[in-house]
Design a protein around this ligand. Structure first.
Ligand SMILES: [Zn+2]
Ligand SMILES: [Zn+2]
Length: 96
């Protein structure tokens, strides 16, 4: 069985697009329009960049159209517990 980390660059980009097409509610501010993938466990803390289980939608350099925050940039590599988590963000996790 192939590991998720064996995704090719193409498959990786495709998976990211599909992920954001499915869920675009930013997990940091709770608004729609997320356009980048954030990592729930920061890469600097050993989180995987290629494991969809470690992905969460966030607002990138364009910022949030609703509140104007550049959520992913603001968060940096802080752990999720260090940033304010909004109750509306619970839906992004549909794991087991
Ligand atoms: Zn946001
Ligand atoms: Zn927002």
């Amino acid at each position: 069985m192939a590991k998720r980390t064996d995704l090719t660059e193409y498959a990786y980009r495709k998976a990211r697009r599909a992920f954001l097409a499915e869920q675009d509610v930013c997990h940091l501010c709770g608004h729609t329009g997320a356009d980048v993938i954030d990592h729930r466990i920061p890469v600097s803390k050993g989180g995987s960049t290629r494991d969809p289980d470690n992905w969460a939608p966030a607002h990138g350099v364009k910022g949030c159209p609703t509140c104007g925050r550049k959520c992913n940039g603001e968060k940096g590599d802080k752990a999720l517990s260090q940033v304010n988590a909004f109750p509306t963000s619970r839906d992004w996790y549909a794991g087991p």
